[in-house]
Design a protein around this ligand. Structure first.
Ligand code: ZN
Length: 688
């Protein structure tokens, strides 16, 4: 996610630590980086470069092994920093910088990742502590004046474009950390950065610790499947109490016949975070504006977006306007359809029917069931777990000229974890290792995510390693789960098939608003009948999934898209409205913007109080969800005739996956498509 290994102090609230953050995980909550991890003096001795092409996965059976390995890793990193301070600007400096990067990944990547997956709780706890120590190290590195000067002079000295860009990205991370500011501003920037981290954490705590539950009689839960509420705790009156965080929320909103019950649950959810969070959000907005001004920018969005693919607030605003234009009809049409469905359901005249916000999920679900009669569960027998994994690999083999071979007896973090060697088919050269952790386990991360904890590089013999962490249902996957699998697998491809000169430029070290596009591009593959036939390649005994099931699932997926995208557009526009040249009142701004939508603003609600993305790492970045979809949709046009087209696939591998962050994202897309990025394909898809 991050382009360089300097955690910028100024952006500490938004930055995600090296290799520790999975693709698609919720923004991580961490303690502010403060005390230096190692106050003791650093022994100076010569540093040996240690390029290791492939590394076995480190074995840690007990907590103390983790903390001692963490200490060794940090000491090695500090030695390399000391050594880097003395290097000559230019090629020599860059070599030292990359050696530090490689060391950091090898010493911390796998170790920090373990907090999410290791079967031993003590190991997980120590891994989390180690994560914090590395964050502190990175914050300190971001403020290292000597290394910053080395980066600055190296950018000027280096001529080769790839070398120059690697140094440039390093320099940008230093600039954003505040190390280049005059001393008085530096202190203020640091104070703001620390404060922003603390406020963001408080914001999340207020949501998390509220543990809001809403009580219902069994009668009020009419229509809701028993499994969603039967085992939930009861209050003193014997009423069922449901959390607003768990899966029960969506189930109730989709299935509860009682509109009053839905309204109570919806209001509780929409007010989560409470009045205190509105104050925090206002404070966060003001501090971000002050921070941007310290760095010489008129607004926080300008400060943030200059490092992103979209580049400027003006371009982001224009893009969001175009999205609104493209989706307006669909939004109105779908809203009207849901209103009609409500009138029919209640047997009342349309004129007397008003669609409320707590009605939308309920009637969307009803209409989808009426029209498409899709049961996602019915897909499970067609997609057995291990074969599903082999299926996405086979798709990659066909498209990208690679091969996946299972490695026996590779030591990992749990016995059921699989290791796969990824080989370039043309040269028969192994290029990466993919670890797959397939089954649910106590203490394991419980969604699907990827940790790309080691990046490959061509300048030293160095192979990529990533971990795909999923929780397969033994009965097989639904089509939605298969879509999630190919999305996550897409993140591993970006790591595994990256072929940059330097690891710091590799894989997913790209701008935040470009990171998701390749994975989003592939989502559509599992709705393609020809692609699904590949399943029979890897499982001749599996029954082919019937075409009409896939057609219906596809139609159901697209139903409601107008309303959903209009909502995302509203969130993204709201986020930018908070981060312009003024810091407006969060609730007032929201009321005004939501009031202008077809369903309007509901008095007494405080949605922004629960909008954790904006308080955290996605401040001035929420637009990125839609933007990367536009990029994904445009790149997909190259596969319009045939999603398994090996020629287009190889071109995509070479110009997009292989290039990582080595070139600016706009140029990468241009090299692949042979023209500039064009969001029209995305807008067209919204009009369908
Ligand atoms: Zn993703």
């Amino acid at each position: 996610m991050k382009r360089s290994h300097v955690i910028s102090a100024a952006l500490a609230a938004t930055a995600l630590a090296l290799a520790a953050a999975p693709a698609d995980a919720a923004p991580r909550k961490r303690a502010p980086a403060r005390a230096p991890a190692h106050p003791k003096p650093i022994p100076v001795k010569p540093v040996v470069e240690n390029p290791v092409a492939d590394l076995p996965f480190p074995r840690f059976d007990r907590g103390p092994m983790v903390s001692s390995a963490c200490t060794t890793g940090l000491e090695g990193a500090m030695l390399r920093v000391k050594e880097l301070e003395k290097r000559k600007p230019g090629a020599d400096w860059l070599k030292g910088w990359e050696a530090l990067y490689d060391w950091e990944e090898d010493a911390s990547g796998a170790l920090i990742f373990l907090q999410n997956v290791h079967p031993n709780a003590e190991v997980r706890a120590e891994s989390e502590k180690c994560d914090q120590r590395w964050s502190d190290f990175q914050a300190a590195l971001g403020m290292n004046e000597l290394v910053y000067q080395g980066a600055r002079q190296s950018v000027a000295a280096l001529k080769d474009p790839v070398d120059k860009r690697a140094a440039q990205l390093a320099l940008e991370a230093f600039e954003d950390s505040g190390v280049a500011l005059p001393k008085d501003k530096q202190a203020r920037a640091k104070a703001i950065a620390d404060k922003l981290v603390a406020l963001g954490q408080q914001f999340n705590r207020n949501i998390r610790d509220a543990r809001t539950r809403v009580a219902f009689t069994e009668a009020e839960l009419k229509g809701v499947p028993e499994a969603a509420w039967k085992d939930q705790p009861r209050d003193a009156d014997g009423k069922v109490t449901l959390s607003i965080d768990g899966p029960a929320y969506a189930t109730v909103m989709q299935t509860a016949e009682d509109a009053g019950a839905r309204e109570r649950l919806w209001r509780a959810k929409t007010n989560e975070g409470g009045p205190e969070n509105l104050k925090l959000l206002a404070q966060i907005g003001q501090l971000r504006l002050e921070q941007a001004r310290l760095f010489g920018f008129a607004s926080y969005d300008e400060f943030v977006l200059r490092r992103r693919m979209i580049e400027t607030p003006a371009r982001a605003a224009r893009f969001l306007d175009d999205v609104r234009g493209a989706v307006a009809d669909g939004d109105r049409r779908e809203t009207a359809e849901l209103r009609e469905a409500k009138a029919r359901h209640l047997g009342q005249p349309l004129d007397a029917t008003r669609l409320q916000r707590w009605d939308t999920m309920f009637y969307a679900e009803r209409l989808a069931r009426e029209r498409f009669a899709v049961d996602d569960e019915a897909f499970r027998p067609y997609f057995p777990p291990q074969e599903s994994l082999r299926f996405v690999m086979r798709v990659a083999e066909k498209m990208f000229g690679v091969r996946y071979d299972k490695v026996d007896n590779a030591g990992t973090w749990a016995p059921e974890v699989q290791a796969w060697a990824v080989t370039d088919a043309a040269s028969n050269r192994k290029i990466a290792t993919l670890f797959v952790d397939p089954w649910p386990r106590d203490g394991k991360y419980n969604h699907a995510a990827v940790w790309n904890f080691r990046n490959g590089a061509g300048s030293v013999p160095r192979q990529a390693q990533s971990a795909l962490v999923v929780n397969f249902d033994k009965r097989g996957l639904t089509l939605r789960e298969l879509e999630t699998l190919i999305h996550e697998f897409g993140h591993t491809l970006r790591n595994n098939l990256s072929a940059t000169r330097y690891a710091s430029d590799a894989g997913e070290n790209v701008a935040q608003d470009f990171a998701e596009a390749p994975s989003q591009m592939l989502e559509d593959w599992v709705y393609d009948k020809k692609v699904l036939k590949v399943f029979q390649d890897v499982c001749p005994a599996c029954r082919p999934v019937p075409d009409e099931m896939v057609d219906k699932a596809r139609a159901a997926r697209d139903f409601g898209k107008g309303m959903q995208v209009a909502r995302q557009q509203l969130y993204a526009s709201y986020d930018l409205a908070l981060h312009g040249t003024t810091a407006p009142d969060p609730l007032e701004t929201w009321e005004k913007m939501e009031a202008a939508t077809p369903l309007g603003y509901v008095n007494g609600t405080t949605f922004p109080a629960g909008f954790a993305h904006v308080a955290g790492g996605y401040g001035a970045g929420y637009y990125g969800y839609l933007w990367s979809q536009a990029v994904a949709t445009d790149m997909r046009t190259a596969f319009a005739g045939d999603k398994l087209d090996a020629k287009a696939g190889l071109r995509y591998r070479n110009s997009v996956l292989a290039e990582g962050a080595q070139k600016p994202p706009q140029q990468i897309v241009r090299d692949f498509l042979g023209r500039d990025l064009n969001a029209q394909a995305f807008f067209d898809s919204l009009k369908k």
